[in-house]
Design a protein around this ligand. Sequence first.
Ligand SMILES: CSC[C@H]1O[C@H](OP(=O)(O)O)[C@H](O)[C@@H]1O
Ligand SMILES: Nc1ncnc2[nH]cnc12
Length: 312
Amino acid sequence: MAGVASTYDEPVRIAVIGGTGIQSLPGFTLAASLKVDTPWGEPSSPISILHHPSPSTGKPTPIAFLSRHGLHHELAPHEVKNRANIAALRSIGVRTIIAFSAVGSLQEEVRPRDFVVPDQIIDRTKGIRPFTFFEGGMVGHVGFGDPFDTSLAKIVRRCGHSLEGEGVRLHDTGLLICMEGPQFSTRAESNLYRSWGGSVINMSALPEAKLAREAEIAYQMICMATDYDCWRGGPDEDVNVEMVMGHMKANSENARRFVGAVLDELSKEEHGQLVLAKHLEGQMKFAGAMTHKEARGPVEQKLQWLFPGYFD
Ligand SMILES: CSC[C@H]1O[C@H](OP(=O)(O)O)[C@H](O)[C@@H]1O
Ligand SMILES: Nc1ncnc2[nH]cnc12
């Protein structure tokens, strides 16, 4: 990009991952566009560093923005460069991610254009996406009982509620089904997920959330419903891309306001420790050091890159 810096000297702590219909975050000042190479390859898109004025100090807080499906939505859900995305964000200092996703609703009360802050996930991906940093000679296990960061979730919910009455409808919790795709579900699958108590469905939460946890990054997804999948009506009402994009476009202003409110709040000094994910710091030093030094395989070098000093 002509005239835009390709480096950024300060660590960037907060990132937004944009999904379907959110390939950029207008209204912020573009300070740099970074091409980060990682041992897992290049991320889905260059990382934009945006300046966001902190409401408490007035100083600009840098925010990293990454477009999950590429700058022009060229990556299918199973082609998203999840490991490179998370590794690249961690390498520039990111410890908090707000991820955005267009989802199908599995419940009547979750209406198209409603927002949901999910608190649980059921994994219905098919194991074809690379889903861990810990393979190829170093074994690591990390807790995932709460797949989203519970402290971050509280802030996100508060911000969403502050916009209620201005066109934003928010559901505080939800069970997110993450399916493989790219084809949408069958009616039988959609009804099965409803019988499990599923609230919403997408194709992108995993392995993104798992990799963020492995990378010691606090992660919360904000979902926006765009359809009722295929359980509710006849074939005429089934989800299709036009429907998803139509609702995303019509409600994009609210989505941006929601993300903006969360960034305003996270930029406050009082959230400094949370934004640095101090509660997760160091967990992989032990979880990832299971494999005896002499027995480690070639992945060790990659993990040294991701966690400098952890596995010396
Ligand atoms: C275009 S509909 C299916 C597509 O939409 C969602 O994308 P994202 O989560 O990145 O907003 C869903 O996960 C699928 O990838
Ligand atoms: N019905 C649906 N299924 C999976 N992902 C989606 N994203 C938006 N709507 C969806």
